[in-house]
Design a protein around this ligand. Structure first.
Ligand code: VTB
Length: 328
């Protein structure tokens, strides 16, 4: 009896790995219609509406744990919102319907629609505050780099573990004034720095395939919700990540406590942010190094989506042609 139940659960979970692609596809198409219009809020809202509509059709009893904000500040996909038909497994859902609203508004590379799903209680309920992050790909000894070590030291440790000179290492970092010192330290160690204007979920994912992306390590401070989504992706494809919430005001301390976080200064690893198996999906909105953006043809809309499943580590790249253009 128990084994039938287990088989059914894993079958449902396998089916969801395709179903969640539908959700991010719809969100990406909705946002892509507004690419390059300088309309950050509008394109985000379009992605939110589409994602929420599609999630509502899934046979899940889902709760949004990473969403558009707390209940009073976000009308849709707010943290705590229940989604799905309710007839199905209890799951946590983390969403970023449009990661890189500015990239979409300016039609710059790298905007994506993204989502992660895990068993109820498995995902860290991160408030929308900053988070310090460090991530590397698979195949290295545990904790070879350390969130609390200086940037140059991490570059040297990583280079040694990879068996190369620091000059052969490339770090990806968000281009922000707050990272000036970090960038200088990484360069001082001899490594190259690849700067991005937005989009650190993709930034972290890049580290999982350094041979293809040229990125060995992701460093710096970005959004905490994006950190949890990135951790879900790395849980599926392998790699290491360490993070810490930046709780530097009373207001943030309160919000963090309200999310149920008891140790706000804790250094999180992937298994602390995603405590169990998960699914991750992302669809390109604008063309980017990881995913192609949505292409609109007269009768067909093309999307590219990556779906990952931690149970097996399978990564699927789904290029879809949607014929019912009117349905999107
Ligand atoms: C990052 C990045 C996002 O926010 O998390 C960043 O991944 C952090 O915030 O795409 P700041 O912009 O305040 O530095 C985004 O750029 C936008 O959500």
């Amino acid at each position: 009896m128990a084994s039938i139940a287990v088989r059914q659960t894993s079958m449902i979970e396998r089916i969801f790995s395709i179903e969640i692609a539908r959700v991010t596809e719809r969100a990406a198409v909705a946002a892509a219609r507004l690419r390059g219009r300088g309309a950050e809020k509008k394109s985000d809202q379009a992605a939110v509406d589409a994602m929420r509509r599609e999630l509502g059709n899934l046979p899940i009893d889902g709760t949004v744990v990473i969403g558009e904000g707390e209940m009073d500040e976000a009308p849709m996909l707010f943290i705590g919102e229940r989604l799905g038909t309710k007839f199905g497994p209890k799951v946590d859902i983390a969403v970023d319907p449009l990661e890189g609203t500015t990239l979409c508004a300016k039609n710059m590379p790298g905007a994506i629609a993204t989502l992660a799903m895990a068993d109820e209680g498995a995902l860290l309920h991160a408030p929308d505050i900053y988070m310090d992050k460090i991530a590397i790909g698979p195949g290295y000894p545990k904790d070879v780099v350390d969130l609390d070590a200086p940037g140059d030291e991490n570059i040297r440790s990583l280079a040694k573990a990879k068996g190369v000179k620091p000059e052969a290492i490339t770090a990806m970092i968000l281009d922000r004034p707050r990272h000036a010192e970090l960038i200088a330290a990484v360069r001082k160690a001899g490594a190259a720095v690849s700067l991005i204007t937005d989009g650190d979920i993709a930034g972290v994912i890049h580290t999982a395939r350094p041979d293809r992306t040229g990125i060995d390590i992701y460093l710096g401070i970005g959004g905490a919700p994006e950190g949890v989504l990135a951790a879900a992706a790395l849980r599926c494809i392998g790699g290491q990540m360490q993070t810490r919430l930046i709780v530097d005001t009373d207001e943030k301390r309160e919000r963090t406590a309200r999310m149920g976080i008891k140790e706000p200064r804790k250094k999180y690893r992937i298994e602390d942010m995603v405590r169990g198996d998960c699914l991750f999906a992302a669809t390109g909105v604008t063309d980017g190094p990881m995913l192609s953006g949505v292409k609109f043809d007269k009768s067909v809309i093309e999307t590219e989506t990556v779906v990952m499943r931690s149970v097996t580590g399978t990564v699927r790249w789904i290029r879809a042609e949607h014929r019912r253009v009117d349905k999107f």
